[in-house]
Each structure stands twice: as structure tokens, then as C-alpha cells.
Design a protein around this ligand. Structure first.
Ligand SMILES: *Cc1c(COP(=O)(O)O)cnc(C)c1O
Length: 398
């Protein structure tokens, strides 16, 4: 397809995935929602599922629900997510806590598994919470942070890494939250392993949109958000992945009763549950994990490769239109679709002023300091017409 020549409507008419947009709850007055990478839209199936849960399960089963399946949900939804979107065999993924808390658990566990090593490697442009968690742990433990300086329009590459016998772990994002750069996860992970370090990945901006093979890529530990491309809703719990071979050796730092071997014995002293359950801490956020289940099922129905193909077509179209209509703006994302995730960022000194005006007109992109408009294109809920409307509206306002 000719990216900038075609109208959004024509591309939608030819898009085999266009019909899935009807599965999402409509937003009156919103002409273009381009922030599905920050907060995915709800599925109508989730409205029904959560309503039924409140009436039948919570309301009807009451406390019996815990014995009748709720306690299994963090692991069974984790397994579904692992199969559909992460390339992870069962028993390695669990849902619970926020990404921030899971990062803390994973980084602490990884450090303890590499005693004597004093260095954590992370990039300067990683998401703030990732950096803050690492800074806090490094200060507590007297460790060194080795900052990787990435090019702002790109992200982490193997050439930028200096790892050695002091490196305990690396922590990078599989897709950079600003530029959208897709890291070469297997190559970077292999470098960490060659240095004897563990590889921790933040998958927040790739899960549900970029095909991922954690088992095959040799990833040790990973986490990511449930409310972005997984449409779990505001504050939905995150997920974590712990490679099976590491599960016996790793100890996570937030020892709670529901990660213990026998929670209902109420006994003295903590013994971790075997397997991935030992990564849990307190009572699992059951209501919060219901909606993502519907999105995981939808991605399963469509197939992640088809989702990715539409994702590439959407970002390609957006870049073509920006080149044509916003020549004074600067693309701050990779032009090569192989290295580009589901969103793009365009920079212009006046974009901050434009944001309230865009919102008034029902055009909702994201803004990232200092002057980037980020267009997050969630393939199953975003149309080509929305992309066109947003970029034409930015043109008009400029
Ligand atoms: C969105 C995002 C987070 C958010 O973490 P929360 O604990 O859910 O607030 C963390 N890391 C990355 C890379 C993100 O994109």
C-alpha cells in the first residue's frame, strides 16, 4: 500500500483486522484515541465478564470463591499470557503486583543469585520507574550502576554494552517507551550470559503487540504492564516471568503468606511455595486481572503475527503522513520497521501547547517531555482513519 497516498478510510476498508474494533467499548466524542500503549481501551466482553464476576462469583460464592478457583487465576492467566504473547511454556508466568514492585522483586532476587557482583547495568533512557527501583536498591546495597547512554531516537544495542565479572544483572526495556526501539533481546541476553550476569527485561511496551519468545531467547527474568496493550484497565496488575531453571535458586524479597508453601496452615516461619507461585506475596488482585484475560483471548483469536503486521502498517502509515504533513516535526523513532514497536514519537517545540487543544477536539495522543507527541497505535482498537485524523488535526493546529 502507498503509505501517505491512501486515505485512512480506504486502508480501513482493506484491513482484515478492522472488524475487531467493534469489540471495544465506544468512547463518545473521541475521534482518535492514540494512547492505547498507555491505557488500552476496554473490551465489551470485559464489561460482561466483570459484571458477571461481581454478581455470580464475588456476590454468590463469597469467601468460597478462593477455594473454587480464584487462587489459581494468577498462574492460569499467566500461563495463557505466556502461551499467547510471551513464548513461555506453562509454570513460568504469574500475574500480580505492579510492574514497579515486580521490578523490585526481580532485581533483588537476581542480585542475590549473583553474590559478590557489584554492578547493575541499565540505560539512561529506560522508563523512570525502572531507573528509580535500581537506584534505590543500589543505594541500599552499596552497588554501582553502570549507565548505558543510548541515542534518544534509538535504544539499547549490543555494541553499547560493557559487561564484566562485576556485572550482576542488566535491566533493559524490550521496546523503549519513548522512541519505540525494539531491542535485540536474544543478542543482548546472550552478552549478559557470556559475562555470567542475569538478564532482566521490562516488556511493558511490547507485550501484546511485538512477538516475543522468552523461552527460546534465553531470557532469565521479565515483567511488564497489564494495562497497556493487554487492556487490563487502570492499575491492572502486571505479570512476571521467571525461567523455570532459575525458580528453585531464586529467592524474592517480599515474603508473604500467599507465596508461601502452606498459606492456610498459618504456621511459624516462611517457606517459599515451589515454582512460580513462590514469586507471589499477598492476596492476588483478582478483579484487576479479569479484563486482561479477554484481551489475551482476543490476541489468541487473531494471532500475534497478524497483530504485529497491522501494527507495522499503522506506524508505517503514520510516518508517511508525518513526512508529508508535518515536515517541520522530527521523527524520533526508528524508520526501520524491524526495530520499531507499536508507537512512534514526533518532536516539535510547540507540541506541548497543542496537547490541550487536541484533547478538546477529541484527539488523544500522549505527550513525552520535552516536546514529543507519542502516537500509540494499538492494532486491534486503532483504525487508519484515526491516525489520519490525528495527524491532520496536528497539522491544522500548528
Ligand atoms: C508503563 C511502564 C511502567 C509502569 O510501571 P507501573 O508500576 O505499572 O506504574 C514500567 N516500566 C515501563 C517500561 C513502562 O512502560
Amino acid at each position: 500500500m502507498s503509505p501517505s497516498g491512501a486515505s485512512g478510510a480506504a486502508l480501513d476498508a482493506a484491513d482484515p483486522l478492522a472488524r475487531y474494533r467493534d469489540r471495544f467499548v465506544g468512547a463518545p466524542g473521541v475521534g482518535a484515541y492514540l494512547d492505547g500503549n498507555s491505557l488500552g481501551r476496554p473490551l465489551t466482553a470485559s464489561v460482561e465478564r466483570i459484571g458477571a464476576f461481581l454478581t455470580d462469583e464475588w456476590g454468590g460464592r463469597l469467601i468460597r470463591g478462593w477455594d473454587e478457583g480464584w487462587l489459581d487465576l494468577p498462574l492460569s492467566i499467566g500461563d495463557e499470557l505466556g502461551r499467547v504473547a510471551l513464548g513461555a511454556a506453562p509454570g513460568q508466568v504469574a500475574i500480580g503486583d505492579s510492574t514497579t514492585v515486580l521490578l523490585y522483586k526481580l532485581v533483588r532476587a537476581a542480585l542475590d543469585a549473583r553474590p559478590g557482583r557489584t554492578e547493575i547495568v541499565i540505560d539512561r533512557d529506560n522508563f523512570p520507574t525502572d531507573r528509580y527501583v535500581v537506584e534505590g536498591i543500589a543505594a541500599d546495597r552499596g552497588l554501582t550502576i553502570r549507565w548505558v547512554e543510548t541515542k534518544p531516537d534509538e535504544g539499547v544495542t549490543p555494541e553499547l554494552l560493557e559487561l564484566g565479572p562485576d556485572t550482576a544483572l542488566i535491566l533493559f526495556s524490550s521496546v523503549a517507551y519513548r522512541s519505540g526501539w525494539i531491542a535485540d533481546v536474544p543478542a543482548v541476553t546472550a552478552l549478559a550470559h557470556a559475562a555470567g550476569a542475569l538478564a532482566v527485561w521490562d516488556l511493558s511496551h511490547s507485550t501484546g503487540v511485538v512477538p516475543t519468545q522468552l523461552d527460546a531467547w534465553g531470557v532469565d527474568l521479565a515483567t511488564g504492564c497489564g494495562y497497556k496493550y493487554l487492556n487490563g484497565g487502570p492499575g491492572a496488575p502486571a505479570f512476571l516471568y521467571v525461567r523455570r531453571e532459575l525458580q528453585g535458586a531464586l529467592r524474592q524479597p517480599i515474603q508473604g503468606w500467599l507465596g508461601s508453601a502452606a498459606p492456610f496452615e498459618m504456621g511459624q516461619g516462611y517457606t517459599a511455595a515451589a515454582g512460580i507461585r513462590g514469586m507471589l506475596s499477598g492476596t492476588p488482585p483478582i478483579v484487576g486481572m479479569l479484563a486482561m484475560r479477554d484481551m489475551i483471548a482476543l490476541i489468541d483469536e487473531v494471532g500475534l503475527d497478524a497483530v504485529r503486521a497491522k501494527s507495522v502498517a499503522l506506524t508505517e502509515y503514520a510516518i508517511g503522513l508525518c513526512d508529508e504533513l508535518l515536515p517541520e516535526a522530527r521523527l524520533a523513532s526508528p524508520r526501520d520497521s524491524v526495530r520499531r514497536g507499536g508507537h512512534i514519537t514526533i518532536d516539535h517545540p510547540r507540541f506541548a501547547e497543542l496537547m490541550p487543544l487536541l484533547w478538546e477536539r477529541g484527539v488523544i495522543p500522549d505527550f513525552r517531555r520535552p516536546d514529543g507527541i507519542r502516537l500509540g497505535l494499538s492494532p486491534l482498537s486503532t483504525s487508519f482513519a484515526e491516525v489520519e485524523l490525528a495527524i491532520r488535526t496536528i497539522r491544522e493546529l500548528l
